[in-house]
Design a protein around this ligand. Sequence first.
Ligand code: AMP
Ligand code: ZN
Length: 467
Amino acid sequence: MIHFFNTISGKIENFHSIEPKKVRLYTCGPTVYDYAHIGNYRAYVFEDLLKRFLIAMGYQVTHVMNITDVDDKTIKGANAEKVPLDAFTKKYIAAFFEDIDTLNIARADYYPRATEHIPDMIQMIKGLLQKSFAYEKDGSIYFNVSKFPDYGKLSKIDLKELKPGLRTDSDEYEKESIHDFALWKKSKEKEPYWDMGLGHGRPGWHIECSAMSAKYLGETFDIHCGGVDNIFPHHENEIAQSEAFFGKKFVNYWLHCHHLIVDGEKMSKSKGNFFTLRDLLEKKSDPLALRFLLLSTHYRKMLNFTFEGLNQAQASLHRIQDFLYELQNRSFPEGKNKEVHLIIKEMKQSFFSGLSEDLNISQAITAVFKMIKKSNILMERGKIFQQDARDLIIAIKDINEVLAVLPEEKEERLPEKILKKIQERQKARYEKNYELADRIRDELLKQGIVLEDTKDGIRWKIIKTSR
Ligand code: AMP
Ligand code: ZN
């Protein structure tokens, strides 16, 4: 059984998906007015870990991440550079995709952009007007918080603090000042606008996620994630809009990661402790060491980023890579040691049971290092055999499907001579020449190519040691 801490109940809960073995997941994505910082990537790496874990547990995950390409910040940036909004956001969208590839973050199934879903938002706003959950004031449209008695159920704010009629056009504000919030903002001078029967204007930030999640995941879905700063007002407002419009529960499980801070302080440009991924790459940091660092603190704990911590993460990663390197490059005697089988079994059990407990990453990582330590001792005693080396490489590959901290190469880069070897092995298997088939498999394994015989045919993956 999988357990997650659900922000809305404040409790650890059993996880049940709406459809058996399928998960619909929505994660709030970047506002593309600048390069994303390492705090943002903590959130995206946490979400990636969650998704990869669910996939490893046999779930088919449909993942949607929005791209906010129109809001106060993007408009301000485009105006400052005197370029059209889409020309301004384009470069940050491209940078975002480059960054997530660098960090081995698996792509979502959909990346809906706000500017491409204005009609969906308009439809929702019109519905909210019709149902009297929204009202118009001076050309803008606001959500009437007092009409939604459940308001505050996620962030636990006290609705008594609500001052009726107080409203804001701003997308972000403090818990202390609960407001009616803008669904549709009347356009100011030099602002891009849409006109679809609501007057010249543009959507507020919150309505984006309500409209786009429903479009791709349905009216009720399984998991919604973000950083803790999203709880109020963003996610609280998403719940109000979606539940008022559809009259149904919006999301079953809310998972929020805590913030990343730097050297014990909030990241800020003026303090000089503000880092984008690009800043770290310029300093020659290994992005996968950063990934390891970002995921190795439990997602609900604050993560204090330091360069010393990054060096430690790098050292841990090297231990895994060195181990793999030894397995791939030493020559082992023929045969098999039962003890290795038990070591792997124990590692997997602890790795996955750890992650099943609200993503207990410490337990999962400890399990991997225990396996490495025990195997290294056996290796030094000459007690690792060919079959064991192969099984250990596959075990590392399996856990790397979840952690994704080792560099993997893409399919299309497999050299011709390796492809020939794979074909040769398939032929050998077809001819029931299992000895030859196994020999080829071992040969490829030594070069870092892991073959897997599945019911859909042969699958392979390259694991490089990069050392
Ligand atoms: P934004 O582009 O500001 O909307 O943020 C994108 C995602 O990054 C959201 O899920 C935020 O909650 C998350 N986020 C922003 N700052 C931090 C931080 N310092 N640590 C962790 N997550 C963050
Ligand atoms: Zn959102």
